[in-house]
Design a protein around this ligand. Sequence first.
Ligand code: SIN
Ligand code: FE
Length: 293
Amino acid sequence: MHQLFNATQWDENFSDAIQAQAISALETGHVLLFPALAFSLNANEMAFLSPQIADKRSKNIGYHSTQNKLWGVQQLTDEKHAELKKMMRRFASASFDLVKHLFPHYAPKLQIARTSFRPVQVSHRKTSYRKDDKRLHVDAFPSSPNQGKRILRVFCNINPHQEDRVWRVGEPFEHVAERFLPGIKKPFPGSAALLRILKMTKSRRAPYDHYMLELHNRMKADERYQREAPQEILRFPPGSTWIAQTDQVSHAAMSGQYLLEQTFSLPVCAMQNEALAPLRVLERLLGRRLVRR
Ligand code: SIN
Ligand code: FE
């Protein structure tokens, strides 16, 4: 379920053999774990390690490095605001370095997306079942369709009190799909255009996005599945980093506080083995195309 790497630097050079191992492990749905790859904060940045820093309504602080835009924070002085942006930008760039060195095959097609900082204790969070990431799920976002592109994420536990981040990791994507697809109806004709007109989606929701969102919701809604699905516990200690494609890996965050996360998106054509993409798995199981050419 996971594969270990002994890198200690964000710009570490990996041998061809390690790169080959990494891309196969990632594409077959493993979590890549770097127990000795830490992201260090300076003394000023340590002050950001408080749940008070986040806006009460949002669990995460978001940052777009391409637009240098930060959101989800409480009122901060201009100076603190700039400092937090700088920390997130540094994490974005460190993560980009890591994935480019580990997956040179992806590098030309990799798009950098949102950076997030999660200062709230996961186990205390109360939300609706659909937003509850303590339930096993694959990632799919109601307002941000991705039309089949992969979601590749780099996570780093920056907890200063020796607290692990604890995940459950579930069964392979194809098993999830085989179990839940039979209950999912086709998208309602015209619904994608309507969602777009109502500005409920940031771009057009492809049939792919519909099926992924339904998988996400149905997994989370099924209490019995949550208990009985094949699963294992993964613990990520402070000072460790891990990478996963969270559209494919069934995961649940059970506890932990203070996480940095960087999202990348990747077109399926950039993969070494495109047949392993959730898009291609769903298309094969349903016998139809799920995105426009
Ligand atoms: C998630 O992606 O479901 C949550 C991961 C985390 O916050 O550890
Ligand atoms: Fe998730």
